[in-house]
Design a protein around this ligand. Structure first.
Ligand code: AMP
Ligand code: ZN
Length: 473
């Protein structure tokens, strides 16, 4: 497996620390608003990576965090806590807000057939681990305390900026004049490990006792604490969106490597954005769609998953309804293939030559994925294979095998959405046709049409469609 590593800016051969085990950590959602399809693209690509590794025989242990405290609206410790903001907006408690959006997130990843991480852990359930980690950093002399917070002193960590390749001198203060900044903060890139419940946070709802006064953790520390707790001090792969490279992941590296004296992550896997009209899809810009919006418009979640597969994870994906429409059509076509293939029975035509072709398609599929997860190329192999002359039964087998990685739930393809009496009529018509009773066959076709379905003859059998939508769903 070759994979692009943001740390080295190179496509590298993947060698896990403890073959065949792979440790994977993904930065999860901040649960103050709806999970949108931008997040879902990142989570789907992480899922494809995990499924590919499993398909290749690795055993992946996957941890994802849920940020339910401490993520401020500004990545540089400015603004308000996103959860508190969500609570104010909805008139609910912060805990209710977190629960509601966590449930929505889980429902969304289920819809996209994303395998649930082995461990899905909340920041608020790990306050003890977070405090212990801050204490280690404090003992090592990498922190300082102000009246308002405990900060990590980035100037002491000589490798700060190694992921984003941004020297500290270039870290400009993102905050504008009107944004409140702790006057005792030494460097704009220093980041809060613990906020005290004073000043702008005097009324913060979520708070815990700590060696530095009652308060709550900063955002970045939770990922180091949970990653180290569940996966060990050095992990194989850490995944997230590209927006996390300059601040969040840089900070995770600093905290973790100071605490353990070991490299934190071997391979950094970053996903590019989903944009709408050229702008990043985001909660703050309000230009987002959720999986519910997609379903309400009559699209299947699998069509969205296929749309994601059709672009490479390191490219920006500009979302349009036209592109989703095309993906839905491609998905319908895949299912149509399955229905047709299932009715064919041509195992007899199997030859050595065709057996070589099968091996070839499998190799090409694996090659596309193991060369930096080239999902569009992997999909191209799928279509080539379906259009080839290998026996139908083998096509189905290969398709379902590939679907272990694609995750399109193709094995669930059934005629079931066509009512039973329509299927029975179609079977009767097929019988009449075979017996060359074409008058009867035509009458049944008319009857099927009156009931709202169309029947099309194929070289080997027939196909049923709902008349209104002209598609098999
Ligand atoms: P958040 O809830 O904002 O912390 O984001 C959760 C994950 O989704 C992070 O890895 C983000 O980088 C990623 N993400 C957020 N917005 C987008 C987007 N528009 N496109 C792709 N990934 C995104
Ligand atoms: Zn994180």
């Amino acid at each position: 497996m070759n994979i692009y590593n943001t740390l080295t800016r190179k496509i590298e051969n993947f060698k896990p620390l403890n073959h065949p085990k792979v440790t994977l950590y993904t930065c999860g959602p901040t649960v103050y608003d709806f999970t949108h399809i931008g997040h879902l693209r990142t989570f789907t690509n992480n899922d494809i990576l995990k499924r590919t590794l499993n398909y290749l025989g690795y055993q992946v242990k996957h941890v994802m965090n849920i940020t339910d405290v401490g993520h401020l609206t500004g990545d540089d410790d400015t603004g308000e806590d996103k959860l508190e903001k969500g609570a104010k907006k909805t008139g609910k408690s912060v805990w209710e807000v977190a629960k509601f959006y966590t449930d929505f997130f889980i429902q969304s990843i289920n819809d996209l057939n994303i395998i649930k991480p082995e461990i899905l852990c909340k920041a608020t359930d790990h306050i003890k681990e977070i405090i212990q980690l801050i204490q280690i950093l404090e003992k090592k002399g990498y922190t300082y305390e102000t009246k308002e917070a405990v900060y990590f002193d980035v100037s002491k960590f000589k490798n700060y900026g190694k992921l984003s390749r941004q020297p500290l001198s270039q870290k400009i203060q993102a905050a504008r004049g009107e944004v409140y900044i702790d006057p005792e903060k030494k460097h704009p890139a220093d980041f809060a490990l613990w906020f005290k419940r004073v000043g702008r946070f005097a009324n913060h709802t979520m708070h815990w006792d700590s060696p530095w006064e009652d308060g709550f953790p900063g955002w970045h520390i939770e990922c180091s604490a949970m990653s180290m707790k569940y996966l060990g001090e050095t992990i194989d792969i850490h995944a997230g969106g590209v927006d996390h490279i300059p601040v969040h992941h840089e900070n995770e590296i600093a905290q973790s490597e100071v605490a353990s004296n070991k490299p934190f992550v071997k391979y950094w896997f970053h996903n590019n954005f989903v944009t709408v009209e050229g702008k990043k899809m985001s909660k703050s810009l309000g230009n987002f769609y959720t999986i519910e919006d997609i379903k309400k418009k009559g699209y299947k979640p699998e069509a969205l998953r296929l749309l994601f597969l059709q672009s490479h994870y390191r490219q920006i994906l500009n979302f349009t309804w036209d592109s989703l429409n095309a993906a839905q059509e491609a998905y319908n076509k895949l299912k149509e293939y399955i229905l047709i293939l299932r009715k064919q029975n041509d195992m007899i035509s199997f030859t050595q030559d065709k057996s070589n072709q099968i091996v070839n398609y499998r190799e090409k599929f694996i090659q596309a994925l193991t060369e930096d997860l080239k999902t569009p190329q992997a999909m191209a192999v799928v279509w080539q294979m379906l259009k080839s002359n290998i026996p139908s039964a083998n096509k189905i087998d290969l398709l379902f095998e590939f679907d272990q990685v694609l995750g399109l739930q193709l094995d669930r393809t059934r005629d079931e959405e066509i009512p039973k009496d329509i299927i029975r009529l179609a079977q009767e018509r097929e019988k009449a046709r075979k017996e060359k009773d074409f008058k009867k066959a035509d009458e049944i076709r008319k009857k099927i049409k009156e009931l709202g379905y169309l029947i099309e003859d194929t070289p080997v059998s027939y196909r049923l469609k709902k008349a209104s939508q002209q598609k098999i769903i």
